[in-house]
Design a protein around this ligand. Structure first.
Ligand code: PA5
Length: 433
């Protein structure tokens, strides 16, 4: 089970203030669970780990086994909530040096999360001699970046593989009944999975949006859902020790005393995209009505040799939430050398994990003394079960936090400002004024 550690932040908080914040967290809990708060019709994600249809798991497995051993590459097309959950999970689960052909599963690459011409041209070049498939994810089915990537890759496929084979190489994940992607799936007969209408993009990693890419990459979706289920059991209780309510209270207290930036920290390259997923979850859920903590991410110990200077000694406007993870069952020991010219003999016999742990500890102490309060969350290791827990924990905490702040956690009205300008500049019919 995940462990939330608050001892490094407690010196910064008065007990009375915490009591008040917890009162507000409990109110937010009631609002969330009643489904009567703003966006209350978008809380379907709360029950996903216990309500996942058996059919969905079977479909994911069936598509995975159809493609494993037959396709070299699967391109996952999507952006925002239709991209970051799967990307984060697959970065976490995959071997750091895995590449095409090393496992029975296809190599997963991504498209539709930017408009970069260089990237698309490199991708087309990379796919040239590969047998590839597409998972196209867009809940609305109308988002420009993934729609464009899909058009380009679909045309490439049609040229190379012909209509019938192309049909077998495409799976879509979209709204049950609306949008261009649903219409195309019906017209061309693509296998298609649905995103429930009461689950928004950034809360959708436990739907087909996350489950299908994870299954196709050869990882265990049942364990992933099992971890989320365990987190749900632990979090779905209205008491003051509920770790999600404690975390939401603490981050709101930090905000109220001027710590307006929350820095999410990891100590493992495999968790880099966890930071990206968290950034989206919190920024898009909370950054509204001129309010909200600004989520930033840092990868330690890498960034301790760059941004570390600022954290220790720059403006005092931030607090840290570190995600710590143990290693898998493998150990890498510091070996003895013949001459000790590098002066590292004092570490002989220690594992890299021992040393990483001390780096974490040393950093937490340093930053706390530099007036950067620290929360840290410990998970046993980076695997499907633990990541399932982490996703659910943060989704729940984020929804509570947003309600505490007085905003709707589930909409993103400001994103349309960019979209409408882009459409107008591109001359999309209906957007020319
Ligand atoms: O969280 C959200 O709702 C957004 O980030 C969406 O996921 C993102 O804009 C992609 O939308 P769609 O899946 O409709 O293409």
């Amino acid at each position: 089970m995940l462990k939330l550690h608050t001892e490094m932040i407690e010196p910064f908080i008065g007990p009375e203030d915490f009591k008040t914040a917890m009162g507000s967290a409990l109110n937010a809990y009631d609002t969330l669970l009643s489904g009567k708060g703003p966006g209350g019709n978008m809380t379907g994600w709360l029950d996903l780990p216990v309500n996942t249809p058996e059919r969905l798991i079977k479909d994911c497995r069936r598509i995975a086994s159809r493609w494993q051993g037959t396709l070299d590459v699967v391109v996952v097309i999507g952006i925002g909530g239709s991209f970051l959950g799967a990307k984060c999970a697959l970065e976490a689960f995959s071997h750091s040096f895995a590449s095409a052909g090393e496992r029975n599963s296809p190599h997963i690459v991504y498209a539709g999360y930017s408009l970069s011409e260089d990237y698309m041209s490199d991708l087309l070049g990379y796919l040239k001699k590969k047998s590839y498939g597409l998972i196209v994810i867009s809940k609305s089915g109308t988002t420009l970046e993934p729609a464009l990537a899909f058009r380009i890759l679909r045309m490439d496929m049609l040229k190379r593989f012909g209509a019938e084979d192309t049909r077998r190489r495409i799976v879509t994940v979209t709204d049950e009944s609306n949008g261009a992607l649903r219409a195309m799936s019906e017209k061309y007969g693509y296998t298609s999975l649905s995103v429930p209408s009461n689950v928004g993009g950034r809360y959708s990693v436990l739907t087909a949006v996350g489950l299908l890419p994870i299954a196709v990459a050869g990882f265990d979706i049942e364990s992933f859902l099992g971890g989320a289920r365990e987190a749900r059991e632990n979090i779905m209780r209205r008491d003051e020790n509920n770790p999600a309510l404690v975390y939401a209270s603490l981050r709101n207290l930090m905000y109220s005393v001027g710590k307006k930036i929350e820095v999410f920290v990891n100590y493992h390259p495999k968790l880099k995209y966890l930071g990206e997923w968290l950034k989206q979850l919190f920024a898009e859920s909370e950054g509204k009505q001129l309010k909200g903590l600004f989520p930033a991410t840092l990868d330690f110990t890498t960034d301790l040799h760059s941004v570390g200077q600022y954290i220790q000694d720059g403006e005092r406007t931030m607090f840290e939430t570190s995600i710590l993870a143990g290693s898998k069952e493998v150990e890498v020991f510091v070996p003895k050398s013949t001459d000790n010219l590098d002066g590292l003999d004092y570490l002989v016999g220690k594992t890299l994990e021992d040393i990483n742990y001390m780096a974490e500890k040393g950093t937490r102490i340093a930053h706390t003394s530099g007036n950067v309060p620290n929360i840290y969350i410990e998970m046993e290791k980076i695997d499907e079960w633990n990541m399932g827990q982490l996703f659910y924990f943060f989704e729940f905490s984020c929804a509570i936090s947003a309600y505490m702040l007085g905003v709707n956690p589930f909409d993103q009205p400001a994103v349309d400002v960019y979209k409408n300008n882009l459409y107008r500049l591109l001359g999309r019919p209906g957007y020319t004024e």
